[in-house]
Write a new protein. Structure first.
Length: 757
């Protein structure tokens, strides 16, 4: 239970909290209790200064941080969290635009769609296809870069074209960007960057709207201020221009998003742009042990562009920072998986206590495979997101059409799903008609007689049109969760995945999970509309899906775990050209950001920190000799502990260490439970005979591996059918050639194998 208790704040926090007038800058080191300070300040303003909750605006960078802040405030001051405006920058802008975009008169209405990166990419691909340039991958990358760059720095397109005249193909790129923006307007859509840009334009062009919000918000608070870009900084200045009570919390040492426009120099700029700025430092860390902080401080002091801080902690702890070097990534992955397994089964840790962090997503595969071989539950972030799955996007596209009938991307996705015999030629005819008649694709379908739509097309569309019209009359009066279920049922979406294949079963489970998430959203937001839900989904980031109740190891890039903490952290791949990344070479600012990124990774750890590198690594199709990261030397590991054993030697050591452990039976109970979960979820539920034979106590607890022979055909729940190529009885492991993915080395005493032949 979190209570409002000012005595729980340290002196620096308390001094910052009590400055309730004017501009305040708090430089808050990692783990220094900034969320505690922000939430206590909000409650302090309401309880002790008598500020109305409606007059407070708190801006965060992630939905996760926003929700955490709301939950803390609701526990300290019930009902206040719903009245304080707490949101991310993008959510705040979307909310303002929904209520005021009509004032811009730019062809957009309050039901606009918010396009994800993938949807924006499809629009660009269509434009390129129309110009015969769809195969030019380099051009696509250049367009993506310049599109984001011009928006994050809020140039006009003409100004941008002039400023970057030296760039290759800039005239072509600008013309494509103009066409892209026109297309979005026709679709009544905005992309993520547009949310910020359009709000800024609204405030500049319609001063009465800005004045309404600037007058309302007597107090503005901004979290993670070092991650603001130019336009976000301007929005904050605008919103605080009336009362000038602005409280920002940031740490330039944790600015790791300059590649998307973040500018930690806004911290220094803040002191120039606001009068009589009060500055406070938070240096006491409540997360990590003294040992971990000593390494973090040692590393970040090598950066020049920073405010001098020295994090300190009262947490003693017994664990140390461990650095290991391996021949290759197989040995590295084996070490990480084995260490986690040992700590969980012998030291009382939980899987969710650990994170495996890396600079590049491309390094994750070996770790996923080794975690699977140890039956360690895990979740990978930065991979394929739930809301980007095809079956989920199909359902969401149907829902979008009820809110925004101009959304061409949504229409194109669902018009032939499930199959209605509507091919590309039919859609092309509809698009041509849409352009000549200045009407949306859906509008033409719903009013086919008015637009002289050919009878052959009308017949194909008839079932879709009738169902849509029926549901459209219901969607504003039917509870949100019921309406979604009706859409899935009426359009026969589940029927599209009616086979008993594992793939279709997974897709149906994802649809069920989507429905469950909508029901959970609606239960917490009874007044929410379909538009509210779709906006919420559009602005969800990958890490927002982290459920801390689930007992999973987190596998992620360092960028993905900003703001999180774990009892144990593995930072892997600490080699030159990987961490730091090669593009930072010769560029002081980028190298400092790489150092900040490692600093962020280190300060995620509470008790245990493991740093690893390899002498050789297979990456991007070839094997490379690797040099240790320069950051290891800065940390003092010039001749640190080395580990050169291969996978098999580590497995043998692990097997010997486990022999005779008192917890052995409970370990096997756990493994058996996990394996049954895997098998039962991936097999047809009526195949009980198959399932009952897969896993039994004797197979799992047996130390005698004599049941396995070279040449045996075996079945693994994840890797499929394989042939045992060789067995090492001392290490109790085998090389198994799986027919789809190649040879894997598995521990026979715990591997979930069924002998087929």
């Amino acid at each position: 239970m979190i209570e409002f208790d000012l005595s729980s704040l340290n002196d620096a926090q308390l001094k910052a909290l009590n400055e309730v007038q004017g501009a305040v800058l708090v430089t808050a080191g990692a783990g220094s209790g900034k969320t505690r300070l922000l939430t206590h300040r909000i409650v302090h303003l309401i309880k002790n200064i008598n500020v109305s909750p409606e007059n407070i605006l708190a801006i965060t960078f992630t939905n996760k941080a926003s929700n955490e802040m709301k939950e803390r405030i609701s526990r300290m001051l019930p009902d206040a969290s719903e009245r304080v405006w707490i949101s991310t920058f993008h959510s705040m802008c979307a909310r303002i635009l929904r209520a005021n975009i009509k004032h811009l008169n730019e062809g957009l209405d309050s039901n606009f769609s918010i396009y994800s990166d993938s949807e924006s990419g499809k629009v660009i691909n269509e434009i390129l296809a129309g110009r015969g340039l769809e195969k030019d991958e380099q051009l696509k990358k250049s367009i993506s870069y310049h599109l984001s760059n011009f928006k994050n720095n809020y140039y006009s397109l003409d100004m941008y074209e002039s400023e970057f005249a030296y760039e290759k193909d800039i005239n072509l790129i600008v013309s494509i960007v103009k066409q892209y923006q026109k297309k979005l307007t026709e679709n009544n859509a905005l992309d993520f960057d547009d949310l910020l840009l359009t709000t800024h334009k609204l405030f500049k062009n319609v001063p009465e709207v800005l004045n309404k919000y600037a007058t309302r918000f007597e107090y503005v608070l901004v979290d993670e201020f070092q991650d603001t870009n130019e336009i976000q900084y301007e929005l904050v200045k605008m919103l605080s221009q009336v009362h000038k009570n602005i409280f920002v919390v940031g740490d330039e040492d944790q600015c790791i998003y300059t590649w998307r426009g973040a500018n930690f120099k806004n911290i220094f700029k803040f002191k120039d742009d606001f009068e009589n700025v009060k500055v406070f430092k938070l240096e006491k860390n409540y997360r990590s042990t003294k040992t971990i902080l000593n390494y973090a401080n040692k590393l970040i002091k090598n950066n020049k562009s920073r405010i001098d801080k020295n994090l300190w902690s009262e947490i003693e702890g017994t664990a140390s920072v461990e650095k290991m070097e391996f021949y290759d990534q197989q040995g590295e992955a084996e070490y990480v998986a084995r260490t986690i397994y040992n700590l969980v089964h012998n030291e009382g840790y939980k899987y969710k206590d650990f994170a495996i962090l890396m600079r590049l997503n491309a390094l994750s595969l070996n770790f996923e495979e080794r975690l699977l071989s140890y039956n360690i539950p895990h979740k990978i972030f930065g991979g394929y997101k739930f809301y980007e799955r095809v079956e989920v996007k199909n359902v969401l596209a149907y829902l979008k059409l009820f809110v925004n009938q101009k959304d061409e991307q949504a229409f194109s996705r669902v018009i032939n799903f499930p199959k209605r015999g509507i091919g590309d030629s039919t859609i092309l005819k509809l698009k041509q008609l849409s352009q000549t008649k200045s009407a949306s694709l859906l509008e033409i379908c719903l009013n086919s007689s008015e637009f002289d739509l050919p009878a052959s097309i009308t017949i194909k569309l008839n079932a879709f049109i009738q169902i849509y019209k029926k549901l459209f009359t219901e969607y504003e009066t039917t509870p949100l969760d019921e309406f979604v279920i009706n859409v899935i049922k009426e359009f026969g979406i589940r029927n599209a995945y009616s086979s008993n294949s594992v793939e279709d079963t997974d897709k149906l489970m994802n649809i069920d999970q989507l429905v469950s998430s909508i029901q959970a959203f609606y239960s917490k937001n009874k007044t929410a509309t379909l538009s509210d839900y779709l906006q919420n989904v559009s602005l969800i980031s990958d890490i927002d899906s982290l459920d801390e109740e689930n007992n999973n190891v987190v596998v992620a890039t360092v960028h993905s775990v900003k703001g999180l903490e774990f009892r144990g952290v593995f930072i892997i791949g600490l080699e030159e050209k990987i961490f730091p990344i090669s593009r930072a070479y010769g560029k002081d600012e980028e190298m400092e950001e790489e150092r900040r990124l490692l600093y962020v990774g280190i300060t995620r750890a509470k008790e245990n920190l493991f740093l690893t590198n390899c002498k050789a690594r297979y990456l991007y199709g070839k094997r490379n000799d690797m040099l240790p990261s320069r950051f290891l030397k800065e940390l003092g590991f010039e001749s640190g502990k080395q580990e050169f054993r291969g996978v098999r030697e580590q497995v043998a050591s692990f097997s010997q260490n486990r022999t005779g452990k008192s917890k052995q039976s409970s370990q096997f109970d756990f493994v058996k439970k996990r394996l049954n979960e895997v098998f039962y979820s991936s097999r047809n539920s009526n195949d009980n005979n198959f399932n009952s034979k897969l896993i039994n106590e004797d197979t799992l607890s047996k130390t005698d591996i004599g049941i396995y022979k070279t040449g045996n055909i075996v079945l693994h729940p994840k890797f499929g059918i394989g042939t045992i190529v060789s067995i090492d009885k001392e290490a109790k492991c085998a090389d198994i050639d799986f027919h789809t993915i190649g040879v894997k080395t598995l521990m026979l005493e715990i591997a979930p194998l069924k002998i087929v032949k």
